[in-house]
Ligand binder design. Structure first.
Ligand SMILES: Cc1ncc(COP(=O)(O)O)c(C=O)c1O
Length: 467
């Protein structure tokens, strides 16, 4: 961490703990430089960074002040839905995803962070190195089981998070999405009921639609995650065959279950012998020092199929993911053989090499820091431009904010009007089997904050005020 970043973090801590109250004046650059023994340019850079994060603001000819504007409040959890729902959101999702193709669009609707935040040149070196050393035999052998080094590296990362994973449990897949598809297909038959989150990741809805499964939507609290009482009640009352949940940094809300709740979820599912498909693609993007534990770490029966990938934190286009499939591993491996056979062998070898030699943890630390800074910038900008009555989440990781706008806002109309002005966003209804969340939207802050982003927030604010 650079000196100015450290200095900025120290001031941020004083603001968060209330030592520096809203409206308080920060020491002048000269004064701060003398008092803290840092150069004036360090103070300047730290103040710019804090301004970017939305924590302080400059007043003309007066200096820097702790921002007065209170943060927007948190959204409320959505209402429970009593029955199972047939799913049919694909057309809407396709039209939203289609809107992201234009590179000139401000990508608030994107599902990925900026590619500039990934170490792509370093990965390319790993690809070249790995391919030079890949034996002709491995090119064929790795196709089914997956690259042995990669599997070992993934297992080592599980170990750090408290999961001792036998290598046979690991099936390497084409991104997490294939892992999730195979997992759900493995534990259900067409017509079965599956408990999912509400709101949920839209691809989850599409997988249910493709496999002709019915959704039982369980509300998610924006901070504490899935409502376990509701889930327990549904499990008693309905023949639910599987659950598909994100226990950490849920998409789109960013909610995370604490460890007690993760343990309780595991026990509840054990009692009912219902498998959990745990979608954990954002787990590496936590802010702070404490990595979240997966529900998988509480599972001693092999009931949890833990799915993840490198798409969100390292290499989106490489399409390398996996499932740690517990008691279902053998069936999943067979299903994969019957469908796509294998992810690309060179891509697996490149990532294995990178994990061993490329400085993955250093990259992740930088990435998390950038995402946290950008979150602050988007929150501050929303507080400046969006109408009163807007609510927003403040996740402890990842790169999504979930906005709940005043009731009269129609998110699908907002989506069209914003797109006409070159701004994409992900409207609430694509995250719901029953197409609820009509006045909500998910915005991506995974790109370095710029004047274009600030202008786009201003435009969105104007459209929102016009409803
Ligand atoms: C919650 C969630 N799960 C899974 C995926 C798919 O991951 P991958 O790109 O590795 O297939 C995404 C991508 O947007 C996601 O947001």
């Amino acid at each position: 961490m650079k000196r100015y970043e450290k200095f900025a973090d120290e001031i941020a801590e004083l603001i968060h703990t209330g030592v520096l109250a809203a409206g308080a004046k920060l020491p002048s650059v000269r004064h701060a430089s003398r008092t803290y023994g840092v150069s004036p340019s360090t103070v300047f850079q730290a103040y710019y960074l804090l301004e970017d994060r939305g924590l302080i603001q400059a007043r003309a000819r007066s200096g820097y002040y702790v921002r007065e504007q209170g943060p927007l409040p948190m959204p409320e959890p959505g209402p429970p839905s009593a029955q199972a729902t047939e799913v049919g959101v694909s057309e809407l999702v396709f039209s939203v995803l289609g809107s992201l193709k234009d590179p000139h669009t401000v990508p608030f609707g994107s599902a990925f962070p900026s590619p500039d935040l990934f170490p792509l040149p370093r990965l390319a070196r790993s690809m070249a190195h790995a391919l030079r050393h890949l034996s002709p035999h491995e090119v064929i052998a790795d196709m089914t089981a997956g690259n042995a080094d990669l599997r070992r590296q993934i297992a080592l990362r599980y170990m750090v998070h408290g999961v001792m994973l036998p290598l046979e449990e690991l099936v390497i897949t084409n991104g997490a999405l294939e892992a999730l598809n195979l997992a759900l297909q493995c534990v259900t038959q067409p017509g079965d009921l599956v408990a999912i989150e509400s709101p949920t990741f839209y691809a989850c809805l599409q997988v249910l639609e493709r496999l002709q499964l019915k959704a039982v939507e369980i509300p998610v609290h924006p901070r504490t995650g899935i409502d376990l009482d509701q889930l327990a009640e549904r499990l008693e009352r309905m023949p639910i065959r599987a659950c598909w949940f994100m226990s950490s940094l849920q998409n789109p809300l960013g909610a995370s279950l604490d460890d007690d709740k993760k343990r309780a979820l595991c026990q509840l599912l054990k009692r009912h012998q219902v498998p959990l498909i745990e979608d954990d693609v954002y787990a590496e993007l936590y802010y702070g020092n404490q990595p979240p534990r997966p529900v998988k770490s509480f599972d001693d029966e092999g009931l949890v199929l833990h799915c993840s990938s490198f798409s969100k934190c390292l290499a989106p286009g490489y399409r390398v993911g996996w499932v740690a499939a517990g008691r279902y591993a053998e069936r999943i491996a067979k299903l994969k053989l019957m469908t796509t056979l294998s992810p690309s062998v060179p891509a697996q070898a490149a990532i294995a090499d990178y994990l061993q030699h490329g400085g993955y943890d250093r990259h992740l630390r930088r990435l998390r820091h950038a995402l946290e800074t950008q979150q602050g910038a988007m929150l501050a900008s929303a507080a400046r431009h969006f109408p009163a009555g807007t609510r927003v989440t403040q996740p402890t990781g990842g790169y999504f904010l979930w906005f709940e706008f005043p009731e009269q806002v129609d998110a699908l109309v907002l989506f069209k009007l914003a797109l006409a002005q070159g701004i994409s966003l992900a409207p609430g209804p694509i995250f719901s089997a029953s197409q609820g969340f009509g006045h909500c939207a998910r915005l991506n802050h995974g790109h370095p904050w710029s004047a274009a982003h600030e202008r786009a927030m201003d435009v969105l604010g104007r459209i929102l005020h016009s409803f």
